[in-house]
Design a binder for this molecule. Structure first.
Ligand SMILES: Nc1ncnc2c1ncn2[C@@H]1O[C@H](COP(=O)(O)OP(=O)(O)O)[C@@H](O)[C@H]1O
Ligand SMILES: [Mg+2]
Length: 504
């Protein structure tokens, strides 16, 4: 059969992965990937992207369902027998080896089927190690692909993050895979480097002509790079389509909210199809509880600029960038900023008005009102939760209680209680968490996994390593995704309560 770009190289059929603890990470996924295509799995952290990729690579086995490679079920094939290589976010280079040896490492172990010919006879095939010069040629070729010629002798520890990631890509490409899997490969890079690498990867994909299956939680990255995007949530595909399809015709609210640049504001639903945000009541089409706190989402292209007097709200343009087709302008209203896209530019410094049509105001119930954890009290009267240990006031557990000299709790009735190992519910408000560069100072340590700009502040999520516990909080400070930080919570901001429900 003639092979062309329309051929399905990978097909996932009812693919499901249920973990031993009952969690269904991938839930009946059906999709195909065409030969040579650049497909991106996009979704928030924990939606099952890595698990799906690991099953395609062969590092993990489906609980049920099938993976077809060129129409053949590859369930029984170990990872090294699949024509597939993976690039991970943590590049896992060997720090003691130089660039050349890092890339050549796998090749030195590899045996390839080689034809031995003698006159008049059919060739005989034998497994043979690659010669030094064959290895050198292959390494040279991939170094050129990733633009690192001349770096052979450099120790990988002297390279920048972007260069290290290119070595990791070269190391995957040197095996000449038919499919390259990339699991958030740019996640550890800073913004500028990430943008550059996005374009380089796209170019590499074009030149190599092989299939890329890419994983990211960054919608902009997915929109920039992919031929096809698969949006996932909780192990379930929400939508499959081209970047334009997904952006213009999101199938559901989740996709709409997840895709595209948006202004997100804190607001209050006033009742009667009116919502108040950025200091003004707007007509809207959704209905919520009266006085309910909500998140309001407005796409930059849905904000209409008017002259200062005819708008519902007025503010000053503080920034304007030409983005090829339109201008992206930032307007300041009091302390809040709103991003606007328009083909007509307004001057920086100019005061203008804005209007937003009711059906362009998307309202969502507030995702988080506070952080809630299960925790326990330690011998030292501190509380452990969220993979950390924090100072707290244990006396709040029993009204009118105090601690005696030995640290035992004495209730209002004079009863002495040993709190050690007592299970408690812990609640911490969104404004009661601080983070610090000095990790040791924090009660818990984690990475910033999400930053959402909410008009006049950022909402961050810090996730711990061990149990992936999240700390969600608001801050006005600027941080970067992937910063590693310590979590600080003032003693008096940790709300404790007794576990009252029956535990089975
Ligand atoms: N080995 C495992 N055992 C139990 N749960 C797991 C395991 N690996 C992943 N999970 C869970 O499966 C879900 C999906 O994880 P993952 O595929 O890593 O998501 P993503 O890559 O989209 O962030 C998460 O809830 C995660 O905690
Ligand atoms: Mg992942």
């Amino acid at each position: 059969m003639e092979k062309n770009k329309q051929d399905k190289i990978i097909e996932l059929i009812d693919l499901t992965r249920k973990f031993e603890d009952g969690l269904i990470a991938v839930d009946g996924v059906n999709l195909y990937v065409r030969k040579g295509e650049f497909v991106t799995f996009l979704g928030p952290s924990g939606c099952g992207k890595t698990t799906t990729l690991r099953m395609i690579a062969g590092f993990d086995k489906p609980t049920s369902g099938k993976i077809l490679l060129n129409g053949q079920d590859i369930s029984a094939l170990p990872p090294n027998k699949r024509p597939i290589n993976t690039v991970f976010q943590r590049y896992a280079l060997f720090p003691h080896l130089n660039v050349y040896d890092n890339i050549a490492f796998g090749l030195k172990l590899k045996r390839v089927r080689t034809a031995f010919e003698s006159k008049g006879c059919k060739p005989v095939y034998k497994m043979k190690k690659l010669s030094k010069s064959e290895i050198a040629e292959k390494v040279g070729k991939v170094l050129k692909m990733v633009d690192l010629e001349g770096f052979e002798k450099r120790s990988v520890s002297t390279l920048s993050g972007g260069q290290q990631q290119r070595v990791a890509i070269a190391r995957a490409l040197v095996n000449e895979p038919e499919i390259l899997l990339l699991d958030e490969p740019l996640g550890a890079l800073d913004l500028k480097m990430r943008k550059d690498m996005q374009l380089e990867l796209k170019e590499m994909h074009r030149k190599l002509g092989i299939t890329f299956i890419y994983v990211t939680h960054d919608q902009e990255e997915a929109l920039t790079m992919s031929d096809t995007i698969v949006v996932m949530k909780d192990g379930v595909i929400q939508q499959i389509g081209t970047p334009t399809d997904i952006y213009n015709e999101p199938k559901n609210a989740f996709v709409a909210d997840f895709i595209g640049e948006s202004n997100i504001f804190s607001g209050t639903y006033l009742g009667d199809k009116k919502v108040r945000f950025i200091g003004q009541a707007f007509d809207c089409v959704d209905e919520f509880e009266k006085n309910e706190k909500v998140d309001v989402v407005v796409r930059p292209e849905d904000v209409e600029i008017t002259d200062a007097e005819s708008g519902l709200v007025k503010g000053k343009i503080i920034n304007s960038i030409f983005k090829g087709i339109h201008y992206e302008m930032t307007m300041k209203i009091g302390k809040t900023e709103i991003v606007i896209q328009d083909t007509v530019e307004k001057e920086v410094g100019e005061t203008v008005g804005i209007r937003i049509k009711p059906d362009n105001i998307h309202i969502m119930a507030k995702e988080f009102s506070s952080n809630k954890y299960d925790g326990y009290i330690t011998k030292k009267n501190t509380v452990c939760f969220g993979d950390g240990e924090f100072e707290c006031d244990v006396c709040q557990l029993y009204d009118g209680s105090h601690l005696d000299d030995e640290g035992y709790l004495i209730t209002a009735d004079g009863e002495k209680i040993d709190l050690t190992d007592l299970d408690v519910k812990v609640e911490v408000g969104l404004k009661d968490i601080e983070i610090t560069d000095d990790q040791e100072q924090g009660g818990a340590i984690g990475n910033i996994v999400s930053i959402i700009y909410k008009g006049d502040h950022y909402q961050l999520i810090v996730r711990t390593d061990e149990n992936e516990e999240d700390f969600v909080f608001d801050t006005e400070d600027t941080w970067n995704v992937n910063d590693r930080v310590g979590v600080i919570i003032p003693k008096n901001k940790i709300k404790l309560s007794l576990v009252t429900e029956q535990k089975k």
